[in-house]
Design a protein around this ligand. Structure first.
Ligand code: UTP
Length: 277
């Protein structure tokens, strides 16, 4: 019997972030700031707003800044307490005080599927959310993307992928799904392909960095061979679940910025800057 309530969010954050070299030589990509906040903090805030309180982070070598960020910084806090800058730390203080963080390291970067499997030790036998922090999502008025997905999980009790319509020529950057519409914005996934050639893409619906996964995904991942790019792909493991009718694709409401690319990162920065002004 699957646990009723999702409380844990997994953040695969072990990738090298080569598109941001040299910035990512010593700084994790997930710590690059959009305005003054690191990408990963946006992701953690989204998870909190969806009612989750346990953040499980898969890191790798050179990613210690992540652990330091989600911790107390006594010297700095002492320095700014009582000054006009104190409020700059209030959000992160709230996060550190109210959430549990756990970490594990992916020793070899063998792909997103492998990173998720590495997180099994932090998640255990329960359904969980996954956020790729380099996909930055925002909603002006509606609920956060993960909140929308958690509500869907309560109804469908199966794995869920967030999807977005993309120009066909971009297919080779994404996992692309095909399926039957079962409700407004919701499809039952029948097929999914990782980074297809545009001519082979089964649709124009691409998976973005938000997932709800049921824990059987771990056993499936253990049997999943390296696929596209020699990496263990989450898309390949999800296809096994999809063939049993156990994956829903959700056309989320909101905006998504691909902050793993320089263009997307600049776009996000401009968007959040104009929103703040
Ligand atoms: P990307 O495909 O964006 O790869 O990973 P990357 O290595 O981070 O960046 P580039 O392409 O070299 O610039 C998508 C997500 O999966 C995580 C990344 O940290 C990112 O959040 N990931 C990827 C892992 O945790 N481990 C891996 O082996 C691969």
């Amino acid at each position: 019997m699957l646990k009723q309530k999702i409380t844990k969010c997994l953040f695969p954050a072990a990738g090298y972030g080569t598109r941001f070299l040299p910035a990512t030589k010593a700084i994790p990509k997930e710590m690059l700031p959009v305005l003054t906040k690191p990408l990963l903090q946006y992701g953690v805030e989204e998870a909190i707003s969806a009612g989750l309180d346990t953040m499980a982070i898969v890191t790798g070598r050179g990613k210690r800044a992540i652990e330091d960020h989600f911790d107390r910084s006594y010297e700095l806090e002492h320095q700014i307490d009582g000054t006009s800058k104190e409020n700059l730390m209030s959000e992160i203080r709230g996060i550190v005080n109210n959430c549990k963080f756990s970490y594990t390291r992916q020793v070899e970067m063998k792909g997103l599927g492998h990173a998720i499997l590495t997180g099994e030790t932090l998640i255990g036998d329960e359904p969980f959310a996954v956020i790729l922090a380099d996909d930055l999502c925002d909603n002006d008025s509606d609920e956060a993307v993960l909140t929308q997905m958690i509500k869907l999980y309560d109804k469908y009790r199966c794995s869920i992928v967030a999807v977005e319509e993309i120009p066909r020529e971009d297919s080779s950057k994404y996992g692309v799904i095909a399926g039957d519409v079962i409700e407004d914005r919701i499809l039952r996934v029948a097929d999914m392909v990782e980074k297809p050639d545009p001519k082979d893409a089964p649709s124009n619906l691409a998976i973005i960095g938000r997932y709800i996964l049921t824990p059987d995904i771990f056993e499936i991942l253990k049997d999943t061979k390296a696929g596209k790019g020699g990496e263990i792909q989450i898309t390949d493991a999800l296809l096994t679940q999809a063939k049993a009718g156990n994956v829903i694709a959700y056309k989320f409401k909101g905006k998504r910025f691909d902050c793993g690319s320089v263009d997307g990162f600049v776009e996000a920065t401009n968007y959040f800057y104009s929103k703040e002004k």
